[in-house]
Design a protein around this ligand. Structure first.
Ligand SMILES: C[S@@+](CC[C@H](N)C(=O)[O-])C[C@H]1O[C@@H](n2cnc3c(N)ncnc32)[C@H](O)[C@@H]1O
Ligand SMILES: [Zn+2]
Length: 374
């Protein structure tokens, strides 16, 4: 395996060199490394640093590959780090990367689910090929304080591969105009239900969708009462593909309308999924502070993304401006103008990190249309 040394943050990492002109995905390299995930790792470092503060917490990078996430956390945050991968070549590279940065992090070579079932960690980071579903149960059993989870199986989560989404997450996703948010909420719903089995609860700190992946960072607490409260935030989204009407209902046995109250068309159901908030705004401000004070390759883009997350409303869906304007047969106004128009009509409104052409609001669709035509 040919390797080179690259730098992310203040950490040096030995990574495999893809053959010149290679057109295969990074997943088919002898050890996985995807430079396109630097933004995700930079934000991950900032989130873990913001969460840990001055505490000496244990952190596990369960699916390490080169070990880049764990090595960065050991080097740039200074936690007590364990890095695991069952692949022999990956394990050797993890050991070399720990040595290169002169860290005393621990390298393990176990089945991730075995490691997580045997030990508790304060922070558990799961960064799999595709779906995190096979690791959720063990991760939820192991974790004490914080879960960081990536999913790259966006098609099943968003409803593009519906049957696969149902199998992996025990929930029905719908391919709506707000499908990336649907995906994040289906993923959170599955994590929340796994945690509830261990009488644990979560509070989402920062959850986002970007390119081909979703990433969530969650604070975890123990206790059945809090876990019960958390389960109240699980529910369903009722969506009408005829007119775009949507409402959400809390609870696993919620009563759903059969017909769309707006156009009398058929209502489709998505869920069970997470209807609670996606971010903790105070935490996001700490993350912004971490991003601003660090030398990071993706600093500006990371700040922009987290900043958008702090500003967005907590409503579980959003509207695509172009779709609405196409139906109204009007030219789409600039986004800032739309937000002002909707606010002036007496509603809340914000941009969303999920899509540059969309906005969030608590206004019903008919009120949005009325405001835009005024
Ligand atoms: C997507 S890569 C991890 C990428 C890495 N976190 C990064 O940021 O570059 C997934 C890794 O998980 C390892 N893996 C997959 N299933 C595993 C299992 N059940 N136990 C341990 N390692 C596993 C693979 O060998 C692979 O190296
Ligand atoms: Zn309708």
């Amino acid at each position: 395996m040919q390797t080179e040394i690259i730098q992310e943050g203040s950490t040096k990492i030995i990574v495999p060199i893809l053959e010149k002109g290679a057109n295969y995905p990074p997943s088919s390299a002898p050890v996985f490394y995807n430079p396109r995930m630097e933004l995700c790792r930079d934000i991950g470092v900032a989130c873990v640093a913001a969460f840990a503060g001055k505490r000496e917490l244990s952190y596990v990078d369960v699916l390490g590959a080169t070990g880049i996430r764990g090595v960065r956390i050991a080097n740039e945050v200074g936690l007590d780090v364990t890095i695991n991968d069952w692949n022999q070549k990956a394990h050797e590279l993890i050991e070399k990367n720990i040595e290169l940065n002169q860290l005393n992090a621990k390298a393990m070579r176990k089945n991730a689910n075995v490691l997580l079932s045997e030990s508790h960690f304060d922070i558990v980071d799961i960064d799999p090929f595709g779906s995190p579903a096979p690791f959720l149960d063990a991760a939820c059993k192991s974790v004490n304080r914080m879960l960081c989870i990536t999913a790259t199986d966006t098609a099943p989560l968003c409803g593009a591969h519906k049957a696969s989404g149902i199998r992996k997450y025990g929930a029905i996703p719908l391919k709506t105009e707000y499908h990336p948010e649907m995906g994040v909420r289906i993923l959170l719903g599955a994590i929340v239900r796994s945690l509830a089995r261990y009488d644990k609860s979560v509070s989402p700190l920062l959850s986002y969708s970007r390119e081909h992946y979703f990433r969530v960072h969650l604070a975890v607490e123990k206790g059945a009462a809090k876990s019960n409260k958390m389960m109240e935030q699980i529910g369903f989204i009722c969506h009408c593909f005829g007119c775009g009407f949507r409402i959400w209902k809390y609870g696993l046995a919620a009563h759903m309308p059969e017909k769309c109250p707006s156009c009398a068309g058929t209502i489709s159901l998505a869920g069970p999924l997470w209807l609670g908030r996606l971010h903790d705004k105070e935490f996001c401000n700490l993350v912004l502070h971490e991003l601003e004070s660090r030398k990071l390759g993706t600093r500006e883009r990371a700040i922009k993304l987290v900043h958008l997350c702090t500003e967005e409303l907590d409503n579980p869906t959003y509207y695509d401006l172009h779709e609405i304007c196409k139906e109204l047969k009007i030219a789409p106004p600039p986004m800032e103008a739309v937000i002002k128009i909707v606010r002036k009509a007496g509603f809340k409104s914000s941009r969303t990190h999920f899509s540059g052409t969309s906005f969030k609001t608590d206004a019903p669709l008919n009120d949005i249309k009325e405001a835009l035509c005024r």
